[in-house]
Write a protein that binds this ligand. Structure first.
Ligand code: ATP
Length: 306
């Protein structure tokens, strides 16, 4: 009886947590813990992430041994700088962010933060040092203030408001009938994708981690929303090491370095201007993106004319 009551309790706990709408990526990692194969070494020290310099040193990785995903990835993000990973769908962009988060261990080479191999330090300390703005945030069924304060539970009301201001969501919240006390999530107010993303950004601003992973939205947002989100992202990534997982190219123009991933290898790297001058893979991706954006703009204009 004892043996069965524990797992049942645990399932009950998981069930309640899921019902609570706990599905944004960080909480999911907290909830489900580490995949069985990822274990901290005995007495692993905490990561000392003072600056947030990231190094991928000849990183190899596969989910299945017969299908390599990353085949010798080398790059560095100096502390406070930004790097964007671009490349065709399935190239392994999100996989790179999962390895940095140590959701999986590399199968060759190493991932280092401030010179420390992420496998040698306590995994929780790695996650504490990284803020993740996922492409689709699922909010808790609670107030909007609660959802922002989740980034740092001891934050004052004024700090919550300041974070919301920086994330360009404060004015929107103020206009809600219940303001910061408005209930959101499944059983409350439904926010748009862009609004939810700005709540996630406000949360991350409060958490204030030295390293940031931005998993950019796959879907096109309207120009106004995209501009607001970009302004919010610029705020949160200022003076923070930032890894942008870019499914679209519109937001990578200003990053310090763009890495073009293709077939598990780095095909090109450089700034937006440098890559356009190379007239290679990036240039053709850029041209295709522009065509898609223009087609979409025409479609939207036609819809509005209807
Ligand atoms: P997209 O732009 O479409 O999101 P991506 O470049 O981010 O793609 P990844 O999510 O990193 O691509 O996936 C790289 C490859 O690894 C894909 O072919 C995918 O099918 C495979 N893959 C991803 N996650 C797993 C997993 N958990 N188990 C097995 N294969 C996986």
């Amino acid at each position: 009886l004892m043996q069965i009551s524990i797992p049942l309790n645990f399932i009950g706990f998981i069930y309640r947590e899921i019902r609570q709408g706990l599905a944004d990526i960080e909480s999911m990692f907290d909830l489900l813990g580490v995949p069985a194969e990822i274990k901290d070494k005995p007495d692993a020290p905490n990561l000392k992430a003072v600056e947030g310099r990231i190094v991928f040193d000849d990183v190899h990785f596969h989910y299945d041994a017969n299908r390599p995903i990353l085949k010798g990835i080398d790059f560095e993000v100096p502390a406070g700088k930004s790097v964007a990973i671009v490349g065709p769908s399935g190239a392994g962009k999100s996989t790179i962010s999962r390895l940095l988060f140590r959701f999986y261990d590399v199968t060759g080479g190493a991932v280092l933060i401030d010179g420390q191999d992420v496998r040698d330090v306590a995994q929780k300390s790695v996650r504490d040092a990284i803020g993740m703005v996922p492409q689709d945030t699922v909010l808790f069924n609670d107030t909007i203030a609660y959802n922002i304060r989740y980034g740092r539970p001891d934050a004052t009301d004024e700090e919550v408001r300041e974070a919301a201001r920086m994330a360009q969501i404060h004015d929107f919240i103020e206009r809600l009938p219940d303001g910061y006390q408005a209930e959101v999530g499944e059983r409350g107010l439904k926010l748009s994708g862009g609004e939810k993303q700005r709540v996630a950004i406000a949360r991350t601003i409060l958490k204030s981690p030295p390293i940031l992973i931005l998993d950019e939205a796959t879907s096109a947002l309207d120009t106004h929303t995209e501009r607001e989100i970009q302004a919010a992202l610029d705020q949160v990534s200022k003076n923070r090491t930032t890894l942008v997982i870019a499914h679209r190219l519109s937001t990578v123009v200003n990053v310090d370095q763009i890495i073009v991933l293709a077939a598990g290898e780095i095909a090109e790297r450089g700034t937006h201007t440098e890559l356009l001058a190379k007239d290679g893979l990036y240039t053709s991706m850029w041209a295709r993106q522009r065509e898609a954006d223009e087609a979409e703009a025409r479609l939207r204009a036609a819809k509005e004319a209807d």
